[in-house]
Design a protein around this ligand. Sequence first.
Ligand code: AMP
Length: 412
Amino acid sequence: MASKHQAPKGTFDVLPTDEAARAAVTAAAAARLGAAGYGRIETPAFEDTGLFERGVGESTDIVRKEMFTFEDQGGRSITLRPEGTAPICRAYIEHGMHRLPQPVKLWYRGPYFRYERPQEGRFRQFNQIGAEAIGSASPLVDAELIILLARIFADLGIPDAELLLSSLGSPEARAGYRDELREFLRDHEDELSEEVRERIDSNPMRAFDSDHPGTRAVMEKAPQMLDRLAGEDAEHFAEVRSLLDDAGVAYTLDGSLVRGLDYYNRTVFEFTCDRLGAQSGLGGGGRYDGLVELLGGPATPAVGWAAGIERILLALDTPPEPKPIDVYVVTGEDRARAFGLVGELREAGLAADLDLAGRSFKGQMKQADRSGARHAVILEPDGTAKLRDMSSGDQREVDPGSLPAELAAAAR
Ligand code: AMP
């Protein structure tokens, strides 16, 4: 049926039939992250615009063209959050979490908003699960977070997620490399896209993310930070690699991996899945040792990742289906009796339902079948009741009074 109104472009409704698969993703994340000491945090869906301008970086695609920004009635500039890390660092500072034992380990799940060109796997409102460990520079934390995300994908049944791994080194080391890259880009200016050319000064590393064919060809020969790692940066990266090796988490080194946000340093990573086509990124993240300080907090090293729930759902071979109810109560005339029994069944912990649309007995049996319930209870006019096994069709007389306890015991 055509409605006058539709969900805004690039957004979608999550229907009850979709919910089981989404809940499974959240449950997998909650189980793995909870067992590793991560506590769930929720931050608002909107923040001051300045948080993202500073935190994500003015020269990034997100800040330049993808934010939903508006002025509220009080004249403040507000932005629907395009990502989760800057808000969590804001919360870490605001709640004085640097006084807690470090690192503070947090995870989250919620909607994020980016004005992007909608397509399969790319939306303007999408959902992410994410995790951040704030307050430790140890490579153990980088490895822990990467391993956790790999395990979550495996638990969900995405065995072919490929891990791409790189290191961007420290900001100081990267400054020298950026100069080298700028020089290289200027030597090939004619072959680059206009967008990349405009950002040679402000954000030369974004050239690695371009999908412009000319730029891509140039970038294949470009110098990579990964080949220039030295000193403590090199040691840190070697340690992360060795911890991943010990955990049996396979990865591919990819020096072209820079990720679209300004705040990363040292370890960066991304999980991709070839089956997803153009939008192959399942999730990714990295270390962002400078971000808390940039946002006004104490100098605090940190690592984190985010993964897109809709992309994960696309990568699942057999998404979990909604669980059917346990029992459907069918009645001839006495609707109140059926209503009362359904109440008792629900109190006993069973998922139970009945007809609420005045259907005939035959119509109710059809509904019982359609509901997928394992059992139907048929209330007879003489006060007796029958329990019907919906798959075999076997029926037997039961005492309606002891039915809730009996069915609850059978369901356990
Ligand atoms: P990013 O912060 O860009 O690295 O995003 C982290 C993850 O969120 C990506 O790997 C995707 O799985 C997901 N994601 C990002 N942008 C979108 C989008 N517009 N629509 C759906 N999923 C997205």
